[in-house]
Design a protein around this ligand. Structure first.
Ligand code: BTN
Length: 264
Protein backbone atom coordinates (compact mmCIF):
# COMPACT_ATOMS: atom_id res chain seq x y z
CA UNK A 1 0.00 0.00 0.00
CA UNK A 2 1.24 3.48 -0.80
CA UNK A 3 1.58 5.81 2.18
CA UNK A 4 3.87 8.58 3.34
CA UNK A 5 5.11 6.38 6.21
CA UNK A 6 5.93 3.38 4.00
CA UNK A 7 7.72 5.59 1.49
CA UNK A 8 9.80 7.37 4.13
CA UNK A 9 10.70 4.08 5.79
CA UNK A 10 12.13 2.67 2.55
CA UNK A 11 13.62 5.91 1.16
CA UNK A 12 17.39 5.54 0.88
CA UNK A 13 18.43 8.98 -0.40
CA UNK A 14 20.03 12.13 0.94
CA UNK A 15 17.65 14.83 -0.28
CA UNK A 16 15.48 13.60 -3.15
CA UNK A 17 12.25 12.19 -1.71
CA UNK A 18 13.14 12.99 1.91
CA UNK A 19 9.96 15.03 2.17
CA UNK A 20 6.89 13.20 0.87
CA UNK A 21 3.43 14.60 0.17
CA UNK A 22 1.07 11.63 -0.30
CA UNK A 23 -2.37 12.15 -1.83
CA UNK A 24 -5.13 9.57 -2.14
CA UNK A 25 -6.38 11.42 -5.22
CA UNK A 26 -5.48 14.66 -6.97
CA UNK A 27 -6.02 16.38 -10.31
CA UNK A 28 -2.38 15.98 -11.37
CA UNK A 29 0.71 15.55 -9.17
CA UNK A 30 2.48 18.10 -11.41
CA UNK A 31 -0.24 20.68 -10.76
CA UNK A 32 -0.17 19.92 -7.03
CA UNK A 33 3.63 20.12 -6.95
CA UNK A 34 3.64 23.48 -8.75
CA UNK A 35 1.27 24.90 -6.10
CA UNK A 36 3.30 23.40 -3.24
CA UNK A 37 6.73 24.23 -4.69
CA UNK A 38 7.49 27.55 -3.03
CA UNK A 39 6.67 26.24 0.47
CA UNK A 40 8.36 22.86 0.07
CA UNK A 41 12.01 21.87 0.46
CA UNK A 42 14.15 20.94 -2.54
CA UNK A 43 13.64 17.28 -3.48
CA UNK A 44 10.06 17.07 -2.18
CA UNK A 45 8.18 14.15 -3.70
CA UNK A 46 4.46 14.38 -4.44
CA UNK A 47 2.84 10.96 -4.90
CA UNK A 48 -0.80 10.17 -5.61
CA UNK A 49 -2.77 6.93 -5.76
CA UNK A 50 -4.81 8.36 -8.62
CA UNK A 51 -5.13 11.46 -10.79
CA UNK A 52 -8.39 12.73 -12.21
CA UNK A 53 -6.65 15.01 -14.73
CA UNK A 54 -3.30 13.33 -15.34
CA UNK A 55 -1.33 15.32 -17.93
CA UNK A 56 0.82 13.93 -20.70
CA UNK A 57 3.10 15.79 -23.11
CA UNK A 58 1.79 17.90 -25.96
CA UNK A 59 -1.53 18.56 -24.18
CA UNK A 60 -2.46 14.87 -24.02
CA UNK A 61 -4.01 13.23 -20.96
CA UNK A 62 -2.35 10.47 -18.93
CA UNK A 63 -4.37 7.41 -17.93
CA UNK A 64 -4.33 7.33 -14.11
CA UNK A 65 -6.40 4.46 -12.64
CA UNK A 66 -6.58 4.21 -8.87
CA UNK A 67 -4.00 2.14 -7.01
CA UNK A 68 -2.41 0.46 -10.05
CA UNK A 69 0.35 2.72 -11.21
CA UNK A 70 2.84 5.34 -10.05
CA UNK A 71 1.99 9.03 -10.41
CA UNK A 72 4.62 11.24 -8.86
CA UNK A 73 6.36 14.60 -9.22
CA UNK A 74 9.67 15.75 -7.80
CA UNK A 75 10.10 19.41 -6.84
CA UNK A 76 13.61 20.71 -7.59
CA UNK A 77 14.67 24.10 -6.31
CA UNK A 78 18.33 24.19 -7.27
CA UNK A 79 18.80 27.13 -9.66
CA UNK A 80 18.87 25.80 -13.18
CA UNK A 81 19.14 27.91 -16.30
CA UNK A 82 15.91 27.52 -18.30
CA UNK A 83 17.71 26.13 -21.38
CA UNK A 84 18.96 23.23 -19.23
CA UNK A 85 15.60 22.28 -17.71
CA UNK A 86 14.70 19.85 -20.51
CA UNK A 87 17.85 17.87 -19.70
CA UNK A 88 16.27 16.89 -16.38
CA UNK A 89 13.78 14.86 -18.38
CA UNK A 90 16.67 12.81 -19.74
CA UNK A 91 18.01 12.44 -16.18
CA UNK A 92 14.61 11.13 -15.05
CA UNK A 93 14.37 8.71 -17.99
CA UNK A 94 17.69 7.04 -17.26
CA UNK A 95 16.80 6.96 -13.53
CA UNK A 96 13.56 5.06 -14.22
CA UNK A 97 15.32 2.68 -16.58
CA UNK A 98 18.02 1.88 -14.00
CA UNK A 99 15.42 1.58 -11.22
CA UNK A 100 13.55 -1.16 -13.06
CA UNK A 101 16.66 -2.98 -14.24
CA UNK A 102 16.19 -5.48 -11.38
CA UNK A 103 12.68 -6.22 -12.71
CA UNK A 104 13.43 -6.50 -16.41
CA UNK A 105 16.40 -6.14 -18.70
CA UNK A 106 14.05 -5.69 -21.68
CA UNK A 107 13.31 -2.01 -21.03
CA UNK A 108 14.82 0.71 -23.23
CA UNK A 109 14.57 4.48 -23.61
CA UNK A 110 12.78 6.01 -26.57
CA UNK A 111 14.16 9.52 -27.03
CA UNK A 112 13.64 11.73 -25.26
CA UNK A 113 11.75 10.36 -22.30
CA UNK A 114 9.60 7.29 -22.87
CA UNK A 115 10.50 3.96 -21.35
CA UNK A 116 9.39 1.05 -23.51
CA UNK A 117 9.25 -2.71 -23.10
CA UNK A 118 8.56 -5.00 -26.07
CA UNK A 119 7.82 -1.95 -28.20
CA UNK A 120 5.19 -0.54 -25.81
CA UNK A 121 5.34 2.47 -23.52
CA UNK A 122 5.34 1.85 -19.77
CA UNK A 123 6.52 5.25 -18.53
CA UNK A 124 6.24 8.89 -19.50
CA UNK A 125 7.85 12.01 -18.06
CA UNK A 126 6.61 15.59 -18.07
CA UNK A 127 8.97 18.31 -16.85
CA UNK A 128 7.61 21.78 -16.11
CA UNK A 129 9.43 24.85 -14.88
CA UNK A 130 8.77 28.25 -13.36
CA UNK A 131 11.57 30.66 -13.99
CA UNK A 132 12.32 34.21 -12.99
CA UNK A 133 15.04 36.06 -14.84
CA UNK A 134 18.03 33.90 -15.70
CA UNK A 135 17.24 31.03 -13.33
CA UNK A 136 14.48 28.59 -12.53
CA UNK A 137 12.41 29.22 -9.41
CA UNK A 138 11.57 25.54 -9.41
CA UNK A 139 11.36 22.58 -11.74
CA UNK A 140 8.70 19.89 -11.39
CA UNK A 141 9.52 16.49 -12.89
CA UNK A 142 6.40 14.38 -13.30
CA UNK A 143 6.85 10.66 -13.75
CA UNK A 144 4.11 8.18 -14.60
CA UNK A 145 4.95 4.47 -14.50
CA UNK A 146 2.43 1.80 -15.46
CA UNK A 147 3.10 -0.85 -12.86
CA UNK A 148 0.18 -3.23 -12.21
CA UNK A 149 -2.25 -1.90 -14.85
CA UNK A 150 -4.15 -4.72 -16.53
CA UNK A 151 -5.90 -2.67 -19.21
CA UNK A 152 -5.66 0.66 -21.03
CA UNK A 153 -8.07 3.06 -22.74
CA UNK A 154 -8.85 1.99 -26.32
CA UNK A 155 -6.97 4.86 -27.97
CA UNK A 156 -3.63 3.85 -26.40
CA UNK A 157 -4.16 0.08 -26.04
CA UNK A 158 -1.83 -0.61 -29.01
CA UNK A 159 1.12 1.32 -27.65
CA UNK A 160 0.75 1.18 -23.84
CA UNK A 161 1.88 -1.55 -21.46
CA UNK A 162 2.68 -2.03 -17.78
CA UNK A 163 5.35 -3.93 -15.89
CA UNK A 164 2.59 -6.44 -15.10
CA UNK A 165 1.43 -6.94 -18.69
CA UNK A 166 5.00 -7.47 -19.86
CA UNK A 167 6.29 -9.72 -17.05
CA UNK A 168 3.16 -11.31 -15.59
CA UNK A 169 4.15 -10.23 -12.07
CA UNK A 170 2.62 -7.58 -9.75
CA UNK A 171 5.10 -5.19 -8.14
CA UNK A 172 5.31 -3.16 -4.93
CA UNK A 173 4.98 0.47 -6.00
CA UNK A 174 6.73 1.73 -2.86
CA UNK A 175 9.89 -0.18 -3.71
CA UNK A 176 9.93 1.08 -7.28
CA UNK A 177 9.37 4.70 -6.21
CA UNK A 178 12.23 4.52 -3.68
CA UNK A 179 14.53 2.95 -6.27
CA UNK A 180 13.66 5.67 -8.81
CA UNK A 181 14.43 8.35 -6.18
CA UNK A 182 17.81 6.75 -5.48
CA UNK A 183 18.76 6.57 -9.15
CA UNK A 184 17.38 10.04 -9.84
CA UNK A 185 19.48 11.51 -7.03
CA UNK A 186 22.60 9.84 -8.42
CA UNK A 187 22.13 11.05 -12.00
CA UNK A 188 20.81 14.48 -10.97
CA UNK A 189 23.96 15.07 -8.93
CA UNK A 190 26.06 14.18 -11.98
CA UNK A 191 24.00 16.63 -14.07
CA UNK A 192 24.44 19.42 -11.49
CA UNK A 193 28.17 18.74 -11.28
CA UNK A 194 28.70 18.92 -15.05
CA UNK A 195 25.95 21.43 -15.85
CA UNK A 196 25.07 19.23 -18.81
CA UNK A 197 24.55 15.55 -19.61
CA UNK A 198 28.15 14.67 -20.47
CA UNK A 199 28.38 12.26 -17.50
CA UNK A 200 25.13 10.54 -18.47
CA UNK A 201 25.27 10.35 -22.28
CA UNK A 202 27.04 6.99 -22.36
CA UNK A 203 24.57 5.27 -20.01
CA UNK A 204 21.63 6.81 -21.87
CA UNK A 205 22.83 5.91 -25.36
CA UNK A 206 23.62 2.34 -24.31
CA UNK A 207 19.93 1.95 -23.46
CA UNK A 208 18.52 3.94 -26.39
CA UNK A 209 16.12 2.11 -28.63
CA UNK A 210 16.91 2.48 -32.34
CA UNK A 211 20.52 3.48 -31.81
CA UNK A 212 22.16 3.25 -35.27
CA UNK A 213 18.78 2.33 -36.80
CA UNK A 214 16.62 4.31 -39.18
CA UNK A 215 13.84 6.45 -37.73
CA UNK A 216 11.32 8.93 -39.13
CA UNK A 217 11.73 12.52 -37.92
CA UNK A 218 8.31 14.13 -37.97
CA UNK A 219 7.66 17.86 -37.63
CA UNK A 220 4.54 19.87 -38.40
CA UNK A 221 5.45 20.43 -42.04
CA UNK A 222 8.07 17.83 -42.82
CA UNK A 223 8.99 14.15 -42.45
CA UNK A 224 12.37 12.68 -43.25
CA UNK A 225 14.19 9.44 -42.61
CA UNK A 226 17.47 9.41 -40.76
CA UNK A 227 19.83 7.18 -38.81
CA UNK A 228 19.71 7.74 -35.04
CA UNK A 229 23.19 8.30 -33.59
CA UNK A 230 22.30 8.87 -29.92
CA UNK A 231 22.11 12.04 -27.80
CA UNK A 232 24.77 14.69 -27.26
CA UNK A 233 25.70 16.36 -23.96
CA UNK A 234 22.66 18.66 -24.19
CA UNK A 235 20.18 15.84 -24.77
CA UNK A 236 19.69 16.57 -28.48
CA UNK A 237 19.22 13.55 -30.73
CA UNK A 238 21.99 13.36 -33.32
CA UNK A 239 20.73 11.99 -36.64
CA UNK A 240 22.22 11.46 -40.06
CA UNK A 241 19.74 12.25 -42.82
CA UNK A 242 19.26 9.38 -45.26
CA UNK A 243 18.62 11.73 -48.22
CA UNK A 244 21.57 14.11 -47.89
CA UNK A 245 23.89 12.44 -45.35
CA UNK A 246 23.88 15.67 -43.34
CA UNK A 247 24.14 15.38 -39.53
CA UNK A 248 21.40 17.22 -37.64
CA UNK A 249 20.74 17.74 -33.94
CA UNK A 250 17.13 17.47 -32.93
CA UNK A 251 15.73 19.37 -29.97
CA UNK A 252 12.97 17.63 -28.02
CA UNK A 253 9.60 19.35 -28.25
CA UNK A 254 10.19 20.41 -31.84
CA UNK A 255 9.60 17.06 -33.50
CA UNK A 256 8.60 13.52 -32.77
CA UNK A 257 10.63 10.49 -33.67
CA UNK A 258 9.00 7.28 -34.83
CA UNK A 259 10.42 3.92 -35.71
CA UNK A 260 10.23 3.05 -39.38
CA UNK A 261 7.56 0.42 -38.58
CA UNK A 262 5.49 2.38 -36.01
CA UNK A 263 5.78 3.76 -32.45
CA UNK A 264 9.30 2.44 -31.77
C1 BTN B 1 4.00 11.69 -21.50
O1 BTN B 1 3.10 12.14 -22.21
O2 BTN B 1 4.72 10.78 -21.90
C2 BTN B 1 4.23 12.27 -20.13
C3 BTN B 1 3.36 11.64 -19.09
C4 BTN B 1 3.61 12.16 -17.69
C5 BTN B 1 2.64 11.57 -16.69
C6 BTN B 1 3.00 11.94 -15.27
S1 BTN B 1 2.01 11.10 -14.08
C7 BTN B 1 2.63 12.09 -12.82
C8 BTN B 1 2.74 13.50 -13.37
N1 BTN B 1 1.48 14.20 -13.22
C9 BTN B 1 0.90 14.45 -14.38
O3 BTN B 1 -0.22 15.01 -14.52
N2 BTN B 1 1.67 14.01 -15.39
C10 BTN B 1 2.90 13.41 -14.90
Amino acid sequence: MLSRENLLEKMDTERIGRNVLYLYETDSTNEYAKKAALDSPDGTLVVADSQVKGKGRLGKSWSSPHGKAIFMSIILKEHIIPENASMITIVAAIAVLKAIEGITKDAAVKWPNDIVINGKKICGILTEMKSSGMNSQYVVVGIGINVNNTEFPKDIADVAASLYTETGICYDRTEIICQVMKEFEKYYNIFLRDNDLSGIVEDYNRNLINLNNQVDIISEDNVYRAESKGIDERGRLIVKRCDTGVIEKIVSGEVSVRGVYGYV
